[in-house]
Ligand binder design. Sequence first.
Ligand code: FAQ
Length: 331
Amino acid sequence: MYTQALNTAETGGPAGEDAALAARFQERVDADDRIEANDWMPAGYRRTLTRQISQHAHSEIVGMLPEGAWITRAPTLRRKAALLAKVQDECGHGLYLYAAAETLGASREELVDAMLAGKAKYSSIFNYPTLTWADVGAIGWLVDGAAIMNQIPLCRCSYGPYARAMIRVCKEESFHQRQGYEIMLTLARGTADQKAMAQDALNRWWWPCLMMFGPPDAASQHSDQSTAWKIKRFSNDELRQKFVDATVPQAEYLGLAMPDPDLVRDDETGSYRYGAIDWEEFRQVLAGNGPCNAERLATRRTAHEEGAWVREAAAAYAAKRAARATEKQAA
Ligand code: FAQ
């Protein structure tokens, strides 16, 4: 097993953990100290971060697929170059995140295998199809917009390697959001058919984007502990609300209608109250029954199998270099 983890001696869970170490750990978290890979940490903290960071990494890698499908069909060379760069960035985000997860003692192989076996989650949003070019605009504007809202607070997460990875990810996501919004603006100001295409994309992506933030606070099983550990700085509902408040005026500027008849601005707070989210749809997508779950996993499995020779060649090259370095040292 290859892992970047430095010191991952487990304490065997809460029962085996030293109470004094646990108290000292929480004091450091409360004081906004950064926890680093070699520091003592509760087993549950390590598990929670490994789960969240690896799910996040899988989301980036699976998240390349919906937009990747449009690279060959982008309407101009400029659009194609920007989309290609964006999808490559997502791959890069996946790699930083797998590296951050490895510092916790999990190997990339085991994390990827869990995803390919359908045992590890990735974001629900990537199980929806990209039917038209406007979907590429809607993903950049809305999906990246939601991702930024969720990820900016993660730059202040208590675990150093995750927080640092998030800084660069968020900068790149800002570019992604703008390229998406610019596509939407061009379509919204284009012909009636183009505007209708933009509206249709907004109609299909809006509700799944609200689901990206996770279940409502009352049903979020990990939130309390993750908040106490300062992995989470805002609750799922708080971030969802911030996203709605930031996005509705952007839709107005585009001249597009929000697909929510219950959406209403509260003049006192300036916030928007939104209609009921279909949590049954969310549950179905998480259970593997979304429109594209099977297709996404099948595509990733094929790509993984077809890339086996690259991994083998890289490992053989690394082994050869290591053997040469040992020979040199011995000489
Ligand atoms: N999809 O107790 P909570 C992107 C699961 S990156 C699937 O509230 P937590 C960039 C959750 O895992 C998008 N599963 O959980 C991009 C848990 O299940 P488990 C990904 C979801 O962790 C843009 C259960 O429900 N971003 O978009 C979802 O405290 C464009 C209970 O939930 C991240 O991963 C969901 N939407 O809060 C790429 C950010 N929501 O593990 C390409 C980091 C919840 O017990 C193109 N992650 N679940 O089996 C987080 O901030 C958190 O993990 C939350 C969930 C907020 C997602």
